[in-house]
Design a protein around this ligand. Sequence first.
Ligand code: ZN
Length: 639
Amino acid sequence: MNCSTFYFLLNNNAMNFRLILAAYFMCCWTVLSAQELYVPRNIKNAYQNETRSADGKPGKNYWQNKGAYQMDLQVDAETKVVTGTETITYSNNSPDTLKTLAIRFVNNLHKPEAPRSSYVSADFLSEGLTISNLNIGGETYPIDASDWGTVGTIKLNKAIMPKSHTTIEIAWSYPLSKQSGREGQIDSNTFYVAYSYPRVSVYDDYNGWDIIPHTDRGEFYNDFNDYTFTVKAPKNYVVWATGDLLNPDEVLQAPIASRLKQSYKSDEIIHIATAEEMKAGKVTTQQAWNVWRFKAEHIPDVCFALSNHYVWDASSVVVDSRTKRRASTQAAYNETSVDFVNSVKYSSYALAWFSNHWPGVPYPYSKMTAVQGFADMEYPMMVNDSETGNDAFGRFVQDHEIAHTYFPFYMGTNETRYAYMDEGWATTLEYLIALSYNDKKSADENYKNFRIKSYINDPSAEEDQPIISMSNQVSGVGYGRNSYGKASLSYLALKDLLGDELFKKALHTYMDNWNGKHPMPWDFFNSMNTGSAQDLNWFFQNWFFTNNYIDLKLESIEESSGSIPVRIRNIGGFAIPFDVLITFKDGTTETEHFTPAVWKDNSQDIKITLKTKGKAVKSILLDGGIFMDATPQDNLWEG
Ligand SMILES: [Zn+2]
């Protein structure tokens, strides 16, 4: 029974007073006994305004704004300058009158004046965005964007009223930086063109305009927009982009277009364009410029890459076993690459595996293209990954970037403030998919070495800041640990606590509630509580709102016949799962698993009883596996 049911009874059934009184006490007892999580004041307001709901769903007043982007972009391969024009139809679905408009242009990160999270070389720097025309609602704004950072705010002459839309026209240009990070010049004839257009920043129900500067760390927080765009590229340059290619026959020579279309229907890996064909001018239509047309809807971003010499592979894979829908998998890479030779094969495997196992939601897009660059960075339907010279490591990184399709793209999380809502999941999914094609020992070792070891072996206070801390307020290792390893461990601990079936049910409740929208951490907590039909706040409090770390200690053992009571202290505090490995004097062993549930009532000190079946015990070891212990030496008892 919930409280609103109680008030309904009170109003409508006064005769049953004793029943009501009992209901009242049950109701209030439930409320009082639940662990209350800290909720920031701005987010409390969102619940009060019913844009969010305590059951984990979007509230009855939930809204989000949207843009329909019609863009024409051009890349000059000689000058390395990107120019574009766009018309944005921006819908203000909020109840607020917008008197200002925040325009985001992430690539102003390259400006010397821009605040950045780390040092960059001179080749990274550029003059950033030039706006040659800005028109809002039919009115021209004579703005000078040279003093903009990664967000520029424009005071509107005519406010955008609630539940209305306006038209924004922008003409702009910017240079591709010589040093390529997440975008820029990969080589003198290969370019990764991301964050390439000025976009309306997010206006949301808990902060209003998102004007947090982009510092090269927190990545995405974008509205779900519709895009129709063209990329004008010189002849012999192939363009790979987010979205469906609408005009293959106009931009590709007939045999190449035919191979591409064939790849959409086949599991076979097809070499769409070989290095020789690229060199011989046998791939694109032979006119001075080709205009490539793309379309993608209800998606947080679009980007593209182009090259006049990259090799192009493609295949496709069924991502929805019910409808038999296929997604295209493509790769574009230098002919010398080791990692990318198997990229399409690994992409197809990843798309099918993520669709059918974890998170177990059909891949939501029509395409995935991996491009050899430098970033190890995800974009919707695209990844920009570096060459490592190691097929297995290249696969590991590609799996991680593809996993981001779900978090933050399908789920629309606010990565600037809550990076653990996507990096933590991508780290978890990269581990779970590795378990499907690697033996457990190597998947565990890789996860420990790459994600956990340096965290748990560093006693610095920076490592132990609460995960819930806003990601743009923690720097250095604090950012990295909270976003990746610790968050991932929290999700894996929760999976262990609930068991796979219930964990998936709860996770799908969260994903069904919020895909295509903007969830916050509290929407995740509430959705998981509802989806599991359990009050997990004790667990979320333990993992997200404390300075806990991982450190168990085997405190005392009392030997007795038949069973051994063991006292375990949780020095670090995290509610982790662990195994107890008993080695008997006759050489046999027994392993008993304990889920994080053992810490629910007492998170610091527990007693467990191990069965010995009358055998003499040689040693007892606490083993957290991937939940690596800060002081493993006190996890062992030897008799
Ligand atoms: Zn990531």
